[in-house]
Design a protein around this ligand. Structure first.
Ligand SMILES: [Fe+2]
Length: 339
């Protein structure tokens, strides 16, 4: 069986009811799930999830049985959530939280610590992925007409997330997310050896730099991102146990240190293998997908946006198993916000 094949979980009616009862206690919360302080206050939000679902998430966390999981069946009242916004900035950060955001927060706290980068969507923890007019060809969650190529989420950063969570608010055309597990690829020992040495440069993707340049050109995080862009530290692509490796890759933003032809060939071989073992995962309305960001790369197939309020709309969250990984990249007392 493919390691990339997601584990599936279908919420029962009784479980959905139990979750919605627990949500009632969080709906009036200030801060909201978009704000980092929400998770400081409601760090135990996961305690209210049904035990069977908590066990499922804990098994995924502890044993790495698959590259991804999908939880199906959380209700989305299509009329109540409104039209797909035209831009992420149109979604108010302190408005009443949607139940779907609270559910995402509960699942996020079951897997670890939700966090964010100050450079993306002004540091919101729950972010909105939707097609933005003018961004059709960008390598980001706001593109549409181009293939979003395989990448590790925030692969350039030592504090990249362990888990990427995507909740489907709307996906009428069932545009697939694509996932490939490093544990399905077949490469030679020689190639693996090359990929395990620090010969690769991964630069921050455009989105981190562009959003700050446009909105906060004086933000201190911008200088850090520009430094990572101009002077990236060489890193290995593969790490961990040889039988159960982890990977870190973002091909469109990568080069090999010192024009290393052998390293480049090894990277190309790995990318070809990831293509071969890729699987479609449709994040339907009401589904929550969790991608293991250490064992899988993900991307998205191209689609045509209509900009009519019915476009694909996902809520996104990133979760760390250990915020100590990122201490040098966060202010004291604000461990959930990296810059
Ligand atoms: Fe991504």
């Amino acid at each position: 069986m493919y390691h990339g094949l997601p584990l599936e979980y279908v919420l029962s009616a009784a479980e959905t009811e139990q979750i919605q009862e627990a949500l009632a206690g969080l709906r009036d919360s200030s801060p909201t799930p978009a704000q980092p302080a929400f998770y400081d206050r409601h760090w135990d939000a996961a305690a209210h999830l049904p035990p069977r679902l908590r066990g499922f998430l804990e098994h995924f966390r502890r044993t790495e049985p698959a590259a991804a999981l999908v939880i199906h069946g959380f209700p989305v009242d299509d009329a109540a959530v409104g039209a797909t916004p035209a831009h992420w900035a149109d979604v108010p950060v302190d408005g009443p939280p949607l139940d779907q955001e609270l559910f995402l927060a509960m699942v996020g706290t079951a897997l670890g610590d939700p966090f964010t980068f100050s450079t993306l969507q002004l540091g919101r923890v729950v972010q909105n992925l939707l097609p933005i007019r003018g961004d059709e060809l960008r390598q980001s969650g706001h593109g549409s007409e181009c293939l979003l190529e395989f990448h590790t989420e925030d692969g350039f950063h030592p504090g990249r997330c362990d888990y990427l969570l995507l909740f489907g608010m709307r996906n009428d055309e069932r545009v697939p997310t694509i996932v490939a597990s490093v544990r399905d690829v077949k490469i030679s020992d020689e190639t693996a050896d090359l990929l395990r040495t620090p010969r690769f440069l991964i630069r921050p993707d455009d989105e981190h730099v562009r959003q700050l340049q446009e909105r906060h050109p004086g933000h201190p995080a911008l200088a850090g991102m520009l430094r990572m862009q101009s002077d990236p530290e060489p890193v290995p692509v593969l790490s961990g146990d040889r039988e159960r490796p982890y990977l870190r890759v973002d091909y469109p933003f990568m080069t090999c240190a010192g024009q290393d032809g052998a390293a480049q060939r090894a990277l190309d071989e790995l990318m070809e293998e990831l293509e071969r073992v890729q699987l479609d995962v449709v994040v339907d309305q009401g589904s929550l997908a969790v991608v293991d960001n250490y064992v899988a790369v993900h991307g998205r197939r191209p689609f045509r946006a209509a900009h009519d309020g019915r476009d694909r709309w996902l809520k996104r969250m990133i979760v760390s198993r250990d915020l100590r990984k990122t201490t040098p990249h966060a202010s004291p007392g604000a461990a959930r916000v990296l810059f």
